[in-house]
Design a protein. Structure first.
Ligand code: PGA
Length: 256
């Protein structure tokens, strides 16, 4: 059984004081023993505050939204893996489509970043996903395979223990138009079959694949009940503590 992983990607939202207000509500709403692993990736400026707020609970792990692959140096505006480690960051989101589309990140760069993250004992959430045009042309599975093979080139089976994949169709991100559970399941199954080739059958069965793209409290349970959907990467709906905690709860096994 793969433990579900629900991650918040706050993007360029939430000040330090908003982070405090979020936590006041979320920590109560989410309950004492959520069954899913929860990751929150605030902007860099709120990492320290969220780390302080969550330091006495195991409920939430800290995530970062990006990082540079070098340890230090003349890279104005960048953040290194060791800087994240010092703040007790556990996960880093890499290859998000906004990084690819707006900041020109390539699979090769993403590969370098994953290498650096693993070396620093950071876990990776690697985002992959097709554009609307690619889906309309029926190329989505080919695009996913290409992104996975290039971003994950050169890793050994054991490296995959610290990697989570997020399937995020670009056309579903921030649009309110989520992939249907069937579309998402098809993509996830295809991602897992590529992972089998890259990491071996046994490891591929352990790798968690999150769905991301307009996940909301009212569609989360259906998406999360698909056999190969092992969690969610949530943007807009994670900014509200109540809706994010509802999504976390949607990952609990249904009581029959
Ligand atoms: P969204 O964003 O939930 O706002 O669609 C998801 C993401 O970009 O990770």
């Amino acid at each position: 059984m793969r433990k579900k992983i629900i991650a918040a990607n706050w993007k360029m939202n939430m000040t330090v004081s908003e982070t405090e207000s979020f936590w006041e509500v979320f920590s109560l709403e989410v309950g004492e023993t959520p069954s899913a692993e929860i990751v929150i990736a605030p902007p860099f400026t709120a990492l320290q505050k969220l780390g302080d707020l969550t330091s006495n609970t195991q409920k939430v792990k800290l995530g970062a939204q990006n990082m540079h692959f070098e340890t230090s140096g003349a890279f104005t505006g960048e953040i290194s893996p060791s800087m994240l480690r010092e703040l007790f960051v556990r996960y880093v989101i890499l290859g998000h489509s906004e990084r690819r589309q707006l900041f020109g990140e390539t699979d090769k760069l993403v590969n370098q970043k994953i290498t650096a993250a693993l070396k620093s004992e950071l876990r990776v959430i690697l985002c992959v996903g097709e554009t609307l045009q690619e889906r309309d042309e029926g190329k989505e599975l080919v695009v996913l395979e290409k992104q996975l093979r290039a971003s994950l080139a050169g890793f050994s089976e054991i490296d995959f223990e610290d990697i989570v994949i997020a399937y995020e169709p670009v056309w579903a991100i921030g649009t309110g138009r989520n992939a249907t559970p069937e579309q998402a399941q098809e993509a996830h199954a295809s991602v897992r079959s590529v992972l089998k080739e890259l990491a071996g059958d046994e490891m591929a069965e352990k790798i968690r694949i999150q769905y991301g793209g307009s996940v909301k409290p009212d569609n989360a349970r259906e998406l999360l009940s698909q056999p190969d959907i092992d969690g969610a990467l949530v943007g807009g709906a994670s900014l509200d503590p109540r809706s994010f905690s509802q999504i976390v709860r949607a990952a609990e096994p249904e009581v029959s």
